[in-house]
Every structure is written in structure tokens, then in C-alpha cells.
Design a protein around this ligand. Structure first.
Ligand SMILES: Cc1cc2nc3c(=O)[nH]c(=O)nc-3n(C[C@H](O)[C@H](O)[C@H](O)COP(=O)(O)O)c2cc1C
Length: 303
């Protein structure tokens, strides 16, 4: 039987915020989770919007705070701040493909092209904190440069404790099926990421030498998926979960911010159900919390 502490919730910008993590934890209390990526510049500059993301990790269970950036000293400073904020480990983003991060900031996936800078960042971050440091990376920049193993070897030399490996290149973005290479000879534990949805996927990953798996998009509209993979059932009343998630979002952000942010979650929770597109259109027009709750109750047959 699988255990939820072997199945990570992946970092997803705009999704794995504190309200979402709270819902996921209700189903899978021991699942390790990674925050949305946060720029080292924002953390160190104590950017207001980012403060909300890292002000209160102390009361969360297994939580890794993910940072991105290309400035060695700022990355180390950011890691220290997040350690003080209660993060249980620091994760360095070395896979984000979006141009703003990978091209313009020289961070994220760019570090797969600059192993020297990647090594300097890893060394500085490991030295800066007492908690473990991990990296999250991809197979390589493109098909001609599938050099993930080099980066993992460098990470091990720098004192990084484990790596999550998304089974795609930067060039693939999120397209095509993820491929999980054999990692059984890697010097540090590797976590498989990409298209993991079922207990069979997890078993395949273990057979290839992975120490755990990490789930991203499978959690969208299904925050119970980790528990389900571990043998639990999907909830009978999804509407109740949606309402609770909404409550947590309102509590955290306030209604004016939470309601537009929640629209994507409402769409994912309702996907594939009869009349879901009409529900989505309706929800996208709602700006009042009570009306949104009524719409959710109606859609899931709770009134
Ligand atoms: C909307 C979205 C936001 C993401 N944000 C991040 C992020 O902040 N940091 C990161 O390392 N990966 C991020 N990812 C990548 C995921 O963590 C994961 O590697 C990818 O989705 C593949 O896993 P999956 O097939 O289980 O979704 C994001 C993915 C999506 C779809």
C-alpha cells in the first residue's frame, strides 16, 4: 500500500497556494508539498504580494518553499528568509520554461544550460540554510541536450539532498508524454514528475529507481488524488469540497481577490460533468461570494 508521504504535490504558480494546500492536506496530511515558485528578488525585497505566500509556513506540515532566480547571493538570502518563515526545505527551480523566467531572468530552465551558475547557486543556498535543499529540473534544454544526469551529479556534489525530475525537456514545455529515465544509479534520491496519475504510474516510477513521485495537474479539480492513489476513495460530495476550498480562499485573500481566482478551480472541479460549460460561464460572471456559493450548491445538487 502506498503512503501519502511518498507523493509530492508539485509547485504550480497560481494554483498551489495556501488555500489549495489546505484542501490537499485534508485528504493527504503527510504529503510533501512545494509552494508556487517565488522570485528571490521578491522575497528579499519583501514584495507585498509575495509576503502572503511565505509569511506562515510554520503551521504547515511538510512544505518546501520554491525559489527562482539567477543571483547567487539573493538566492541564498531568500532561502534564509524562507527558512525563518518555517519552510521545511528549500527547492530551487531549474525547470521553469516560460520566457520571463528562463530567458529574460536567466533563471529556471536556463540553469540547465549554465551548470556553472547552477552549481554556484546550489552551493550558496545549501550553505545558507540548515534545512534540506532540493532542485526541480527537467530532462534537459532540448532533445540535443538531455543532460539531466550531469545536473543531478553536480547537485549531489553541492550538497543538494534530492531532485524532482520532470520527464520533459524545456523545448517540450508541457507537450508530449513525459518520459521517466532510469535513475537507479543517481547519487541522490530522485522524484518522478510528469503525467503521474495512478498507483500503477507510481509503481513504474519505483521500478525505475525513483524514491517518490510528484503530481501537478492531476491535482487540479481533484485535491484528493494523492489519497486516492494510496487506496482512498474520491469524495461522495464534491460540492462540499468546492465550498470549503472557496471558504479557505476567501479567508486568505478576501472575497474580491478570491472570487476571480477561484473561477479556474470551479472549472476544473466541474469538468466533464453535465452542464459544466453553462456552469463555467455563469461562475465567470459572479462577483459576489454568496451568489457563488449558491451556484456551487445548485450545480452539485446540494439545494
Ligand atoms: C499552471 C502551472 C504552473 C506551474 N508552476 C510551476 C512552478 O511554480 N514551479 C515549478 O517548478 N513548476 C511549475 N509547474 C510545473 C509542474 O510543477 C510540473 O512539473 C508539471 O506540470 C508536470 O507535472 P504533471 O504532469 O503532474 O502536471 C507548473 C505547471 C503548471 C501546469
Amino acid at each position: 500500500m502506498l503512503c501519502d508521504n511518498q507523493i509530492f504535490a508539485a509547485p504550480m504558480a497560481g494554483i498551489t497556494d495556501r488555500p489549495f494546500r489546505r484542501i490537499v492536506r485534508e485528504f493527504s496530511p503527510n504529503a510533501p508539498m512545494v509552494t508556487e515558485m517565488i522570485s528571490c528578488h521578491s522575497i528579499v525585497g519583501a514584495h507585498k504580494n509575495c509576503l502572503r505566500n511565505f509569511d506562515n509556513y510554520a503551521d504547515e506540515g511538510a512544505i518546501g518553499a520554491q525559489i527562482f532566480g539567477a543571483d547567487v547571493n539573493l538566492m541564498a538570502d531568500a532561502a534564509r528568509i524562507l527558512q525563518d518563515a518555517g519552510a521545511k526545505w528549500i527547492d530551487i527551480n531549474m525547470g521553469c520554461p516560460v520566457p520571463k523566467v528562463a530567458t529574460r531572468a536567466g533563471a529556471g530552465a536556463h540553469l540547465m544550460q549554465d551548470h556553472k551558475l547552477a552549481g554556484n547557486i546550489m552551493t550558496a543556498v545549501v550553505r545558507a540554510v540548515q534545512i534540506p535543499v532540493s532542485i526541480k529540473t527537467r530532462l534537459g534544454w532540448d532533445d540535443a541536450h538531455r543532460d539531466w544526469r550531469n545536473l543531478i551529479d553536480i547537485a549531489a556534489d553541492c550538497g543538494v539532498r534530492f531532485a524532482a525530475l520532470h520527464g520533459r525537456t524545456r523545448a517540450q514545455l508541457y507537450l508530449g508524454g513525459a518520459v521517466h529515465p532510469d535513475v537507479s544509479t543517481c547519487p541522490i534520491p530522485v522524484i518522478a514528475n510528469g503525467d503521474i496519475r495512478t498507483a500503477d504510474d507510481v509503481k513504474r516510477a519505483y521500478d525505475l529507481g525513483y524514491s517518490g513521485v510528484m503530481i501537478g495537474r492531476g491535482l487540479m479539480g481533484a485535491p484528493w488524488i494523492i489519497n486516492q492513489i494510496c487506496g482512498g476513495c474520491a469524495p461522495d460530495n464534491v460540492g462540499e469540497i468546492v465550498l470549503r476550498h472557496l471558504e479557505y480562499a476567501i479567508e486568505y485573500y478576501g472575497a474580491a481577490t478570491a472570487i476571480p481566482m477561484f473561477r479556474k478551480h470551479a472549472a476544473w472541479y466541474s469538468a466533464g460533468m453535465p452542464n459544466s460549460s453553462a456552469f463555467r460561464i455563469h461562475v465567470n460572471q459572479i462577483t459576489d461570494a454568496n451568489l457563488l456559493k449558491v451556484a456551487i450548491r445548485e450545480f452539485w445538487g446540494m439545494i
